[in-house]
Design a protein around this ligand. Structure first.
Ligand code: AMP
Length: 251
């Protein structure tokens, strides 16, 4: 069984985000870009499933500009066997990514498609659900534990929901999206970084996959959040309660 993992290139989580002067979006030039943290978790889970002898190949895929190849190289250095880059200069929203993923799944026929639960740049949390809908595959979103039964062709997914833990049994093939507590992703070691240089990254275009990229959303304007006002030191609990009651009007 093959496992396909979608890895997105995003602004590194530690970078302080700056809005472009024309308010059309977030500044990404000369900014450190990295693999989306939830995608690292998705890839780690795929690698662990393969290392347990339950999968034969892990394929990392990424959609976007040419620099996505760097993200895929990181994925290959972590241990993915090969990678596919869907070259797209246009801004991709979740529905377009989901359509491209479906087209790749139709070609590669993986038994499992694993994605991050959300990308930390757009915080959409939509792509996994959309691609599961397009593929008509069962989905286990926000997975905090995944157990695969190769013989029964079933994935048992534990998910963190408001009331506690929910356990789902998914018939394979299935879509899983990963939550923070699923695993701790590995670092790429130097020998594996060297090995990754000779692994294959195939480039395809949306046209070759017969997917029309049209923008179904328009970003009207991006603003910085209002600056936080400086805090005030209070001398007693009574003063704090008084301020919360009479100044902030929150209690
Ligand atoms: P989102 O729905 O945008 O929050 O993204 C959820 C997940 O979809 C991400 O964690 C990735 O696994 C996948 N994804 C979204 N956009 C891309 C992309 N451009 N390339 C690869 N994977 C993506």
């Amino acid at each position: 069984m093959k496992i396909m993992v979608a890895v997105k290139r995003v602004v590194d989580y530690a970078v302080k985000i700056r809005v472009k002067p024309d308010k059309s979006g977030v500044e990404t030039s000369n900014v450190k870009m990295s693999m989306n943290p939830f995608c690292e978790i998705a890839l780690e889970e795929a690698l662990r499933i393969k290392e347990a002898g339950l999968a034969s190949e892990v394929i990392a895929v990424s959609m976007g500009p040419a620099q996505c190849v760097d993200t895929l190289r990181t994925g290959l250095a972590m241990g993915a066997d090969r990678a596919i880059h869907v070259d797209s200069p246009a801004t991709l929203y979740p529905l377009s990514v989901a359509k491209l993923l479906k087209a790749l799944v139709d070609v590669e026929k993986p038994g499992l498609l694993i994605l991050g639960k959300q990308a930390i740049d757009d915080d959409c949390n939509q792509t996994g659900q959309m691609v599961a809908g397009l593929l008509k595959w069962p989905q286990g979103t926000f997975a905090s534990k995944v157990v695969l039964d190769k013989e029964k062709q079933v994935a048992t997914v534990e998910r963190e929901v408001d009331g506690g833990l929910e356990t789902l049994c998914l018939d394979l093939p299935a879509v899983i999206t990963t939550d923070l507590r699923l695993n701790q992703p590995r670092y790429a070691t130097l020998p594996n970084i060297m090995k990754a240089k000779s692994k294959v990254i195939k480039k395809v275009t949306s046209k070759e996959l017969n997917v029309e990229i049209k923008s179904d959303l328009e970003v009207v304007e991006v603003h910085e959040p209002p600056k936080r006002k400086a805090g005030v030191m209070v001398s007693s609990v009574d003063e704090l309660i008084d301020k919360l009651k009479n100044e902030a009007h929150v209690i």
